[in-house]
Design a protein around this ligand. Structure first.
Ligand code: NAD
Ligand code: ISE
Length: 333
């Protein structure tokens, strides 16, 4: 029997997720959609799906067994809390929430419910290249990981909508999460350096370099460039005691023609991580069908929110800003 899903937020990624849930994956059916922009919700609704004006009505609808949240970050907390109160498994796009207090409220509600219900959209953990990289590090043949170099380049971001805080509180969360996951470590401090600005984004603080300090003493350097122009370029390399392991450049196809030898670069996250998004939903559908969640959790959302908050403080202070976490609830062990 198919899992009956309601999707909240039918913008760029909501529409893309509706496409994969209706045209790519099996065992799932989109029975409801909702957006504060009613026309957008109507346009995105698959045939037969009910369109709700209010997200809370979709969450409480009897036909909806599980929820996919693709609204803007500041709306996530209220919608997550409503899903948890209704006992419905929920896939939530990053960021989990936009404040430490909000993350603590979501975790308290989930812990109170007694079972994981929230899966967060950190799709890199489902990407085959990142999974191979993690397997090499976990295999131990290279020794302990010492440094992780993460490159996160966006071709462009919407002018006016994407603000100078967003490299740190919107984009960095992916690098912070994948660093924690790859290294099996927690972030305990954050530094930020801002070099000469790119003139492409006018007044936007771009690029930025972030240094994440981990509990084991490993260091993670992150380049975030958001108007690089040539494409969506994601790189990662782990330097260990006895060798180095790196992601391949994607896609791996090498083109030789009258312009020389080159590799095509994906246009944006939809193209680069298309299989990863498919896989995160395959695994979510199975878990949600069992009334729970798998993969990136509310705890992981909390950790990345703390890293983002510390990065914003570090950009202002120029100092190493500490990250202090609560004791991990056993639910997230
Ligand atoms: P978008 O602006 O294209 O779409 C967001 C939609 O949510 C809009 O249609 C808006 O009207 C709707 N919305 C906002 N508040 C709402 C509310 N309270 N109730 C119902 N609908 C509401 O943005 P997007 O790029 O699709 O991003 C959506 C979310 O997905 C963000 O949290 C973003 O960070 C995340 N995202 C994740 C990835 C990824 O790689 N995992 C990529 C892009 C975006
Ligand atoms: C966007 O919201 C994403 O999540 C993308 O994966 C990221 O690369 C981009 O910078 C964000 O704005």
């Amino acid at each position: 029997m198919s899992l009956k899903v309601g999707v909240i937020g039918t913008g760029m990624i909501g529409t893309d997720h509706i496409r994969r849930l209706t045209q790519v994956l099996s065992g799932v059916e989109v029975v409801a959609v909702s957006d504060i922009d009613a026309a957008r919700a109507k346009a995105a609704a698959p045939a037969g799906a009910e369109v709700f004006d209010r997200a809370t009505d979709l969450i409480h609808a009897a036909a909806v067994q599980a929820v996919v949240i693709c609204s803007w970050g500041p709306a996530h907390e209220e919608q997550l809390l409503a899903c948890i109160a209704a006992g419905k498994p929920v896939f939530c796009e990053k960021p989990l929430v936009t404040s430490e207090a909000g993350a603590l409220r979501v975790m308290a509600a989930e812990v109170g419910f007694g079972r994981r219900l929230v899966q967060l959209g950190f799709m890199r953990r489902f990407d085959a290249d990142y999974r191979r990289l993690k397997a090499v590090i976990d295999g131990g043949s290279l020794g302990a990981p010492l440094l992780y170099h993460s490159v996160h380049r966006n071709a462009s971001v919407p002018e006016g909508l994407y603000t100078s805080d967003m490299p740190l509180n919107d984009t960095l969360v992916h690098d912070a999460d994948i660093a924690r996951w790859l290294l099996g470590d927690e972030i305990i401090g954050v530094e930020v350096r801002v070099p000469r600005r790119s003139s492409v984004g006018k007044d936007l603080r771009d690029p930025v370099v972030v240094l994440l300090h981990t509990a084991s003493g490993a260091l993670v350097d992150v380049e975030i460039s958001v108007n690089i122009g040539y494409g969506y370029d994601i790189r990662g390399e782990v330097s260990c005691e006895r060798g180095v392991a790196a992601l391949p450049n994607r896609p791996a196809t090498v083109i030789s023609d009258q312009h020389g030898i080159r590799q095509a670069i994906p246009a944006d996250w939809r193209e680069r991580f298309i299989e990863a998004y498919d896989q995160e939903f395959r695994e979510w559908i199975v878990a949600a069908g069992r009334g729970t969640a798998t993969g990136p959790s509310s705890w992981d959302g909390y950790a990345s929110t703390l890293a983002a908050d510390a990065a914003l403080r570090a950009a202002k202070s120029g100092l190493l800003e500490p990250v202090t976490m609560i004791t991990k609830p056993p639910l997230y062990a």
